[in-house]
Write a protein that binds this ligand. Structure first.
Ligand SMILES: [Fe+2]
Length: 239
């Protein structure tokens, strides 16, 4: 099994993610946007079956579905919460509904037997941030979904749908100016560009995963973790 991920250069700074399984010659594409680049990737394989999966129904995630399906005679898999999709003998996807940005919003946990490998997380969690709740979302649901992701293994690599890393880090720095992990990540981003991060990395600088630490700050004094999360989302919306 191989995961292909790339940045699309779209105005919304989207990533596209794909999985190729050599033993079954199957190619899975999540929220296809840059069809030219996806074609180049498919052509590097001997894939015979092409599948389409979506995380959620926002236009930059489903807008190319019809073109993609007709181009490859692809099969769209309509998923449901807790579904298991077998990729090959060793790997499968576990579908998890993580509402909040919109409902439903499906994340795809990539598992190798009982080991969690990665999370295709759409617009639920971003590097140093979380999805907004402006287009059909619910911030209290998002809080619960982010708690769920927080409690997965720290070693899971995140595959988010957008690169908002730099702006999110600048917001994070405005919340925790003394947190040197934030400034270090900002330096790394500005020097080397984007790199994929694990859930454990995010706990060092993503304020939405640092609610306990934020409780010690004066501006969040006497607030519950959920109240801090809701306030952070509102501060980020108006930042
Ligand atoms: Fe979205």
């Amino acid at each position: 099994m191989k995961i292909f991920s790339f940045y699309t250069n779209s105005p919304l700074r989207n990533f596209n993610h794909c999985i190729y399984c050599q033993s079954t010659d199957s190619f899975y594409v999540f929220d296809p946007l840059d069809l030219k680049k996806i074609e180049e990737l498919i052509n590097t394989t001997s894939a015979k079956s092409i599948y389409l999966l979506n995380t959620h129904n926002h236009y930059d995630h489903i807008g190319q579905n019809d073109d993609f399906i007709s181009l490859y005679n692809a099969t769209k898999i309509d998923v449901y919460d807790q579904q298991e999709i077998y990729l090959d003998n060793d790997h499968y996807l576990k579908v998890i509904n993580t509402p909040g940005h919109i409902n439903p919003h499906y994340c795809y946990l990539i598992r190798k037997k009982s080991e969690n490998v990665g999370l295709i997380c759409g617009d639920t969690i971003f590097n140093s941030g979380v999805g907004n709740c402006k287009n059909g979302g619910d911030v209290e649901q998002l809080y619960e979904s982010i708690q769920y992701i927080y409690n997965l293994d720290d070693e899971i690599t995140l595959y988010p749908s957008h690169d908002y890393f730099e702006t999110n880090l600048l917001f994070s720095l405005s919340i925790e100016p003394q947190n040197t992990h934030i400034s270090k990540e900002l330096d790394k981003y500005n020097t080397y560009g984007y790199s994929y991060k694990k859930i454990g990395d995010e706990k060092l600088y993503n304020p939405f995963l640092r609610l306990e630490q934020l409780q010690k700050l004066a501006q969040f004094n006497n607030m519950s973790k959920k109240q801090i999360f809701i306030k952070l989302r509102s501060l980020r919306d108006n930042w």
